[in-house]
Design a protein around this ligand. Structure first.
Ligand SMILES: *Cc1c(COP(=O)(O)O)cnc(C)c1O
Length: 400
């Protein structure tokens, strides 16, 4: 017999599924009915057996669906990989990648501030997951603005947390008061936010950081493309953790490495919850190379982040000129709000262009209701790819 997850869990997971994979939820049975089929799997915890496997599409000529660095990795990291000594593969990595702490604090501009520390993880997903586990006991709650990073409800479920999603305000700023009123053990902020690309105002972030009851987990996966970062708040508030990644601006998504910043006493339990040997030796070394203050290391990263920002602004204008509604973005992708999203995504696929189709978005803020909760998230990349996207889109739009 299949075991079915409890009703509350099921609803959230169904929503999660249609949010991530609208094309798969069309006309088919809810995914949780497929989730556990063998008798043995009924032994799995309900919340685990009910979780979908995360699925993505690949093999597209132009893949603008995952916000990675379409210019590739920094040459310094690539060289390191190509010349890796055998020992880097045959021996265990360091237990906690401590050698990256000082370079990371320096890179984030907080090398001089006493009392701060770093935890490195298998992608920043690992930091988000470990932070939830370190501070949230099963049954505790996590509050966050919605729509946000799809992994948040997933890791929250895996850690037995209950979900308190709060809509963004109409201008897509964080509704700071409502978030704080949740009195959650963990409050998650994503700035710039995925999938909207929108920024959070400093006033809202400061209000949450000063007034939230528990830990504030701030996700700065797109900091390199943003007009501001909130790392300066770390020295003032020990309950703030900032998660960052090498998967986006640093072009190392395939290596799975990210990090968390915070006060030493806040970081320590996250490292313990994470466990040893989570980061491969190659990832640690490549990250160190990418952080080297050279023209083909961190300067390459910064140069390409600036280029992504320039392309983003140009792309936003070009899409608006086609009559589309585009949210102002502070990241390396843009969100197009359109009730025609499903059709456009399918037609773009025929042209070999993959964008992220989102459906079933919440009906607040108002702009999301106006587009029927459907949108396209489009990653920013080199000019040639943007031109290919635009000409495909023009063709699709002109065919009605
Ligand atoms: C892409 C992304 C991450 C990065 O995840 P990794 O595990 O580091 O690859 C984290 N948060 C958000 C909001 C993202 O969009």
């Amino acid at each position: 017999m299949r075991s079915r997850p409890a009703r509350g869990v099921r609803t959230v997971l169904d929503e999660f599924h249609s949010f991530c994979h609208p094309e798969r939820s069309e006309g088919s049975a809810p995914f949780w009915q497929h989730a556990m089929t063998s008798p043995l799997s009924s032994l799995a915890r309900a919340a685990i057996g009910a979780l979908p496997r995360y699925q993505t599409d690949d093999g597209f000529r132009i893949d603008l669906s995952d916000n990675t660095n379409l210019w590739g990795p920094p040459p310094a990291a690539l060289r390191l990989m190509q010349a890796a000594p055998a020992q880097l593969l045959s021996r265990y990595p360091t237990t906690y990648s401590d050698a990256l702490s000082a370079p990371l604090l320096r890179y984030c501009g907080i090398g001089q501030q006493p009392g701060l520390d770093v935890v490195v993880g298998c992608g920043s997903d690992d930091i988000l997951d470990s932070t939830m586990r370190a501070f949230g006991a099963p049954g505790d709650s996590i509050a966050y603005s919605t729509p946000t990073f799809t992994m948040i409800p997933v890791y929250a479920q895996l850690n037995g947390l209950s979900l308190s999603p709060i809509p963004f305000a109409d201008d897509f700023d964080v509704d700071a008061e409502r978030l704080v009123d949740c009195r959650a053990k963990i409050t998650y902020l994503c700035a710039p936010n995925n999938p909207t690309g929108t920024r959070a105002s400093r006033a809202a972030v400061e209000y949450v950081v000063s007034n939230a009851q528990g830990i504030v987990l701030m996700d700065e996966a797109y900091a390199e493309f943003a007009s501001e970062t909130f790392v300066d708040l770390l020295s003032r508030n020990e309950r703030l953790v900032i998660a960052r990644t090498f998967s986006k601006a640093f072009g190392l998504a395939g290596l799975r490495i990210g990090y968390g910043l915070g006060a030493r006493d806040t970081i320590e339990p996250i490292a313990r919850a994470r466990g040893p040997y989570k980061v491969t030796a190659l990832a640690e070394q490549a990250a160190a190379a990418a952080l080297s203050e050279t023209d083909d290391g961190v300067e390459w990263v910064q140069r390409h982040a600036r280029e992504a920002v320039a392309v983003r602004e140009w792309l936003t204008g070009a899409l608006r000129a086609l009559g589309l509604t585009v949210l102002p973005s502070d990241a390396n992708f843009v969100l197009v709000l359109t009730s025609n999203a499903t059709h456009l995504a399918h037609e773009l696929r025929k042209h070999g262009v993959l964008v992220r189709l989102l459906r079933g978005l919440p009906s607040q803020p108002r702009a999301l209701a106006e587009c029927g909760g459907s949108a396209l998230r489009i990653g920013v990349g080199p000019w040639e790819t943007m031109q290919a996207l635009l000409s495909a889109l023009e063709e699709v739009l002109s065919c009605g």
